[in-house]
Design a protein around this ligand. Structure first.
Ligand code: G6P
Length: 508
């Protein structure tokens, strides 16, 4: 069998993302190491473990990360990842990842992360600005761009350059996400033989949205990205928008069919590859005793007497549209009083980016809306919404497996892996109620009930449709969605990129 992982990489690999594959902390027993959560980590860890020469450059996220980075004095460390993560010196006796932790000045990092990456770039790319009052770019925001976003990008780019040079100047460089739009161009300048790709995991809107940004800054961001050989997205729509931005905002020649941009003597390609989940890992989690115990508890609380359960699992991010989701549920109960006491809504929400005022305010708003709906519709001591602020993956998987409806009503979402996780794990004929603005809708929309994220009445009606859908139909749709995800898993996301990259970049 042909294995793209082998085929693609006669080059060493240098990865860059803000969050790394492991995280160091300290407890009573001393230093601890945990594996990072999420699809990106499992996809790219698999790749990094597989290769003889790979390094993952990422931010030092905890105090202990900073201590580890200090001890390694600017060079990389080796972390054995299996059976449990641990720092090793010398040869590991199992799969391992080489990690380079970058430490930056905390003030610069705060401007980079809490001012520019979130909210500015995240908000523009998710269409979250109302525009009449925010954003405002004063001298302070311009300075935060220079001393924060650009300075931190430069520090990470320097680490990437260092690692590429240590590998003879030739490497495959995989840059990830909106934190690092300035990196590719800087790395190309210093390492002209490197093959550079930048994958963007969030939506890419059309040129008009980008006009919100100061002209000099948006040009720098675009030019930075165009330092790559390939810019990757989850959907064709985002890739197209990117190419249109290069034409409209920079005046560069493009080919909209081929999705290419010509930059001086180079051709930059936009590509789309939908990210996915690791079904085997999800199956293993679902089979665990911990999940079984949660399932029993959730069934007891929510599913006695033919009751039904609506679920949402999200970070508390305004783009997830949590508040309108609850308003739609409130409307559903107002208009179908027979459902009161019969349908519960479990929301597992993880507090996120709470240093950013917009995010902190959003959590407060969620709390107020839930309190109001619960006050209006509590029946026989039973509150319709159970809001839990937790990050507990086994609990989420248990809830995935028994929910009747999953609601994903994002205003915009690059992909949304929760929908794919539920498709794999659900055993109850769960219906996906999926925003037309989530990347996952391109693959799963035909098996889902579509939601229009601003239309609260439409969402209430769609929830009603999902809850009253005949069981046979529910199972048919779920089985089809599960098949789609299992045959298009995260390994395929990676393989397709590598095969494509080898072809378009003509290396190896
Ligand atoms: C999204 C982004 C990731 C980011 C994650 C969590 O999925 O695409 O790059 O890591 O959100 O956000 P956080 O700010 O906690 O890293």
């Amino acid at each position: 069998d042909f294995n793209p992982l082998d085929l693609s990489l006669d080059l060493p690999l240098v990865l860059l993302s803000n969050r790394g594959p492991v995280r160091f902390d300290r407890d009573a027993t001393g230093r601890t190491v945990t594996r990072g959560a999420g699809g990106l980590v499992s996809a790219l860890s698999g790749l990094a473990e597989h290769l003889d020469d790979a390094v993952w450059v990422c931010g030092a996220a905890s105090e202990e990360d900073v201590a580890v980075a200090g001890e390694s004095a600017g060079s990389s460390i080796l972390v054995q990842t299996y059976p449990s993560p641990r720092l090793v010196e010398g040869d590991p006796d199992g799969p391992a990842i080489r990690v380079r932790l970058v430490v930056t000045d905390p003030t610069a990092y705060a401007d980079f992360y809490s001012v520019w990456s979130n909210p500015v770039l995240w908000f523009i790319q998710h269409g979250l600005y109302g525009r009449s009052l925010s954003p405002v770019f004063t001298r302070a925001e311009h300075d935060a761009f220079e001393n924060g976003y650009a300075a931190v990008n430069r520090a990470y780019a320097d680490a990437v350059v260092d690692e590429v040079r240590a590998r003879g100047g030739k490497a495959l460089v995989l840059l990830q996400d909106y934190h690092f739009y300035l990196v590719a161009d800087w790395v190309r300048e210093q390492c002209p033989d490197a093959v550079l790709t930048h994958f963007i995991h969030i939506p890419w809107p059309g040129p008009d949205e980008w006009r919100i940004l100061p002209a000099d800054i948006r040009e720098r961001l675009l030019r930075g990205l165009l330092g790559s050989d390939v810019v990757g997205f989850h959907t064709r729509r985002y890739a197209r928008n990117f190419v249109l931005c290069a034409q409209e905002l920079l005046g560069l020649p493009i080919d909209l069919e081929q999705l290419t941009v010509t930059v001086a003597d180079r051709v930059v390609r936009a590509r789309y590859h939908p990210i996915s989940v690791d079904p085997a890992a999800l199956d293993a989690t679902q089979a665990s005793e911990e999940v079984a115990a949660h399932v029993a508890m959730l069934r007891y609380i929510f599913l006695d007497d033919d009751r039904q359960l609506i679920l949402r699992v999200d970070r508390t991010d305004p783009s997830k549209n949590v508040v309108r989701g609850f308003l739609a549920f409130g409307t559903l109960l107002d208009q179908h009083p027979e459902l009161v006491g019969k349908v519960s809504f479990l929301a597992l929400l993880q507090p996120s980016r709470t240093d950013v005022p917009e995010y902190a305010d959003y959590i407060a708003l969620i709390g107020a809306v839930v309190a109001e709906i619960n006050a209006r519709h509590t029946k026989e001591g039973r509150q319709p919404i159970d809001l839990r602020m937790v990050e507990d993956f086994p609990l989420a998987v248990a809830a995935y497996s028994i929910c009747d409806v999953l609601i994903v009503n994002a205003i915009a979402d690059g992909m949304n892996l929760v929908a794919k996780e539920v498709a794999v794990v659900n055993r109850r004929g769960g219906v996906l109620a999926l925003s037309e603005m989530a990347g996952a809708h391109e693959e799963l929309g035909e098996f889902a009930v579509t939601l229009h994220p601003f239309d609260v009445q439409q969402m209430a009606d769609a929830l009603y449709t999902a809850l009253t859908m005949p069981m046979e139909e529910r199972h048919r749709r779920l089985a089809a969605a599960a098949r789609q995800v299992r045959t298009h898993d995260v390994r395929r996301w990676l393989d397709d990129q590598l095969v494509d990259l080898r072809r378009v970049a003509g290396f190896g």
